[in-house]
Design a protein around this ligand. Structure first.
Ligand code: URA
Length: 243
């Protein structure tokens, strides 16, 4: 049986299908020692696929939960040579990468793995899982403003999906509030854009939880491996939506 190259790469844990496509297009992939840039290329189990000269599929799958500090880039590399989330894992030989993104100035929970299939499930817009953030915002949002977030707001012509909101603290003197927000979309700067839209810009942002996972037991900058049942559960919760 032959499968599309990007699917084989994702299954082998190189990257998500979409990321594998850009790796192929950039000429880093060989099939039987020949560079392949065509996205639809079919490969058989007997074909030898290499990325950057390294055979794929040789790595065991690993999964980590990191408490990302502020001022860390959440990509595998940074052209400005700033510290990335992957730099926390220097002793780990597998090629891991972050599942989705947190902004440079956002702290909190981020997963890293070399399992392209799980990455694809968790980050694909169709299968987005629930994420909870705590935002310190300017001003004190009114009930009506928070209701807009709960009903969905038009940003750049598109309506956002409903968010759950919970005001945790208000400081009338400093004119700031701390609001917990749960969303299941993962667009760039989603939380900041939501609060900007109701005229309460975010001053500080932290992701507290991702699906059923949270930061309990970790300090900023620390990580832990996911437990086997947690990985299984992440597969389970994206399973019925995964076709
Ligand atoms: N929403 C944002 O605005 N920033 C993040 O880092 C995550 C979600």
């Amino acid at each position: 049986m032959a499968d599309r190259l990007q699917k084989v790469m994702a299954r082998a844990g190189v990257a998500s299908r979409r990321k594998s496509e850009s790796i192929i297009a950039s000429g880093r992939v060989t099939v039987n020692k020949k560079v392949v840039t065509e996205l639809g290329t079919k490969v058989k189990v007997s074909d030898s696929v290499e990325v950057d000269g390294l055979p794929i599929g040789k790595e065991r799958k690993v999964y980590f939960l990191l408490y990302k500090p502020r001022r860390i880039i959440s990509s595998a590399s940074d052209e400005k040579k700033r510290k990335t989330v992957v730099d926390f894992f220097e002793g780990i030989p597998e090629r891991i990468y972050p599942v989705g993104r947190l902004d440079y100035d956002t702290s909190g929970l981020i997963l890293l793995t070399n399992d392209g299939e799980l990455d694809n499930r968790l980050t694909h817009p169709k299968y987005e899982v629930e994420k909870t953030y705590v935002a310190k915002v300017e001003g004190i949002p009114t009930n009506d403003e928070l209701k807009q977030l709960r009903l969905g707001i038009k940003i750049n012509g598109k309506k956002t999906s409903p968010a759950k909101t919970n005001v945790l603290e208000t400081d009338p003197k400093k004119k700031t509030s701390v609001v917990q927000l749960t969303i299941h979309e993962g667009k760039n700067h989603e939380v900041k854009n939501l609060f900007k839209a109701i005229k309460h810009p975010v001053q500080k942002l932290k992701r507290e939880s991702y699906a059923f996972l949270n930061l309990r037991g970790l300090q900023s900058g620390e990580f832990r491996p996911l437990k086997k049942y947690e990985v299984e559960k992440l597969y389970e919760i994206t399973d019925n939506k995964h076709k």
